[in-house]
Design a protein around this ligand. Structure first.
Ligand SMILES: [Zn+2]
Length: 97
């Protein structure tokens, strides 16, 4: 059985991951790339960044990339990204835009 190093509980019952998720400071912004293409940038997701990016891309049916801990989605999706992140367990209060 895997034990969480933070709280000492078995991994199945530990909620450290969920807690961390709800406390993460996330920043969403929109930037303009060449040819006036807009991208939505999501900073601050430090856990499962690639997995989250994949889910966002599927949900929004758009392309995107992950660089370090930054997710870039093609197009302007701020509202939808916030909704989707909430569904994934992130806390709206910690999402800055
Ligand atoms: Zn734990």
């Amino acid at each position: 059985m895997d034990i969480c190093p933070k709280c000492g509980l078995p991994k199945e019952t530990c909620i450290c991951g969920e807690l961390e998720k709800s406390q993460q400071k996330i920043k969403i912004s929109v930037a303009e790339r060449k040819y006036r293409k807009k991208v939505t940038i999501i900073d601050g997701i430090t856990q499962d960044t690639k997995k989250v990016a994949k889910q966002l891309k599927e949900e929004l049916a758009c392309g995107g990339t992950v660089k370090d801990k930054r997710i870039e989605l093609q197009g302007e999706h701020v509202k939808k990204v916030i909704e989707k992140l909430q569904k994934l367990g992130f806390n709206k209060e910690t999402i800055e835009r």
